[in-house]
Design a protein around this ligand. Structure first.
Ligand code: SF4
Length: 284
């Protein structure tokens, strides 16, 4: 947006000093770089590629669009669209907009390539204009928020099996309401595909996650139980290994990644005791 050239990412622990003097000299190699001593290896946030970063960004040296499509393709290899019965229409594949759009393109393309015919459609429309101000007291605020945020395109959904793709399921509230909306719009069956593994742990490194007890995956013992709770005909998540493989396929730099919110493997140790949390809060 500011018409700048991409040179490189700032490295973890790096301070790049751009002052009047070296900026005036122009070339970026003149900028002074100071590297802080690091106690731990570099572990980039893999969730940037799944959800946080915009597809038109370049992150960790690779375009997010490219990585996210590969993540969608990997999900198709692991969990393709369901087979349809004789005489039933081909499934449509729809993203939860906007964050799942790119991965869903990869998912739909790979399904067709592998002999699982389906159509990519925009069956859910995100409303960019309605905000919280329309929520009146006494209404279920979360449900109302979802209904304000998304609407269905009934003409696309009616009479067809629908495979809805999202980047993650956190509490499951949005997913549950979307499933109801898709069924109300006439989908003959609803299948949920997720381009990340189940979220089971909080992020202690700066991303705002709900309490572990509120995470859907922590409330059930199996994907089948979650499927039942969400009321979908099938539910599938991308595997930990599949996510890592897709990211490494698209970004050849073979970086270290943090996957802690899926795997519980925190690359920098965290003290989760109440006392430590309180101290951290007071310090801020
Ligand atoms: S726990 Fe790790 S992967 Fe998950 S959001 Fe935080 S930094 Fe990213």
């Amino acid at each position: 947006m500011i018409d700048a050239d991409y040179v490189r990412d700032i490295e973890p622990g790096e301070v790049l000093i751009i002052d009047r003097e070296n900026a005036a000299r122009g070339a970026h190699e003149n900028f002074e770089s100071v590297q802080m001593r690091q106690r731990y290896g570099v572990n980039q946030c893999i969730f940037e590629y799944v959800y946080f970063a915009r597809p038109d960004s370049k992150v960790f040296g690779e375009m997010v669009d490219k990585v996210r499509r590969e993540v969608g393709r990997q999900l198709a290899r692991e969990s393709p669209v369901p087979d349809v019965a004789e005489g039933e229409k081909e499934p449509i594949v729809i993203p939860v907009p906007d964050s799942a759009n790119t991965a869903t393109l990869g998912y739909a393309n790979e399904n067709n390539k592998r002999g699982h015919p389906c159509h990519f459609e925009l069956g859910l429309i995100r409303n960019h204009y309605v905000g919280r101000t329309f929520i009146s007291p006494g209404q279920d605020q979360r449900e109302m928020k979802v209904r304000c945020k998304f609407n269905t395109v009934e003409g696309l959904l009616r009479g067809r099996p629908v495979v809805v793709v999202d980047d993650s399921i956190v509490r499951g509230t949005t997913a549950g309401y979307l499933v109801d909306m898709l069924r109300d719009s006439g989908a003959t069956s609803v299948h949920f595909r997720v381009t990340s593994p189940p979220v089971t742990g909080p992020c202690y490194y700066g991303m705002d996650f709900p309490d572990p007890d509120e995470l859907l995956a922590n409330q059930f013992d199996s994907v089948e139980e979650m499927r039942d709770y969400l009321g979908v005909d099938s539910l599938a998540y991308l595997s930990d290994e599949g996510l890592r493989e897709a990211v490494d396929t698209a970004n050849h730099e073979q970086l270290g990644y943090c996957t802690a919110c899926f795997t519980g493997d925190y690359p920098v140790p965290v003290d989760t005791s109440d006392a430590q949390q309180k101290e951290a809060f007071e310090w801020r």
